[in-house]
Design a protein. Structure first.
Length: 285
């Protein structure tokens, strides 16, 4: 993973990071034909311009869903994701803004409803990370920013979406293997992921009586712009993912099927659960 172009991206100021500049390119393409499992549905996916979010958008579109692509500022990547959805014969809308802003979340959901008239699947995928070796190095600004994006954003967007989610709807949150294993260099990030898992379980209890299922996915090391652009060092990127039992990082299209399963009727008897596409790492559920 130590391509010169990738190494250039290794600094925190690059967040959230252009997938178009990443080498080698993450694999987002769905690996198998669709079967109409999301036919007629509308999905809103945060962080869908690149990485796991793009792969989920592609997978959902192939299964028949129209997709709202929420992203921060990487317009070129978002445009590509919209094109991917449209090539699958579905409609897409790209909405740029900060999910840590409650007003933006309300406006984004309104745009989705105005365009598609409904919302069936909410995927809270967007996140940010900033590695630090010492807890003293985590500034108040960074701590607030990480929580604002990773967990406050989920609350804001879910609150905005809730009036439009009917029985049969699904909410899928992206947590992380770091919630279960911990991470000595990602103290604030892993803390937000623990909050996301608790949020998932609690929201499931809150909404299950309304026929709305809430689940989560906890990826391991996945090759996306988040890692080289999130302050990781060149040395760490050379061995990224090698500590998993499979000995390699995962690809976004190896994670997207978990999000599809939890969005469709295949998982109709599951709520409050977490799936673990993490390269074989055994964790407590």
């Amino acid at each position: 993973m130590s391509d010169p172009d990738t190494i250039e991206m290794i600094h925190e100021d690059a967040l959230p990071g252009h997938e178009s500049k990443l080498n080698p390119k993450p694999e987002w393409e769905p690996r198998y034909p669709g079967s109409g499992r999301l036919e007629g549905k509308v999905a809103l996916i945060t962080g869908a311009d690149s990485g796991i979010g793009r792969a989920v958008a592609a997978r959902y579109a192939r299964e028949g869903a129209d997709v709202a692509v929420l992203y921060l500022c990487e317009h070129d990547d978002a445009k590509k994701t919209v094109g991917i959805v449209e090539r699958e014969g579905r409609e897409a809308i790209a909405i740029a803004g900060d999910i840590g802003d409650d007003k933006f979340c309300k406006d984004a959901v309104k745009q989705v409803i105005d365009r598609f008239g409904r919302l069936d699947v909410l995927v809270n995928n967007a996140g940010e990370q900033h590695p630090d070796e010492k807890i003293e190095d985590i500034t108040e600004e960074q701590l607030r920013r990480t929580f604002q994006t990773n967990i406050f954003g989920m609350f804001f967007l879910t609150q905005a979406a809730r009036p439009h989610l009917k029985a049969g709807a699904a909410i899928i949150n992206c947590t992380s293997v770091t919630m279960y294993q911990g991470s000595k260099d990602l103290l604030d990030y892993s803390s937000t992921k623990g909050a996301i898992t608790a949020f998932t379980r609690s929201l499931s209890e809150n909404l299950i009586g309304e026929g709305i299922r809430v689940n989560a996915v906890a990826p391991g090391p996945i090759w996306t712009p988040l890692n080289p652009c999130g302050g990781s060092t060149e040395e760490k990127m050379k061995t990224f993912g090698e500590n998993t039992p499979m000995g390699r990082p995962g690809q976004p299209n190896e994670v997207a099927p978990c999000f599809l399963f939890l969005a469709c009727e295949d998982s109709s008897y599951m709520s409050g659960q977490v799936l673990h596409p993490n390269g074989g790492t055994i964790v407590g559920s």
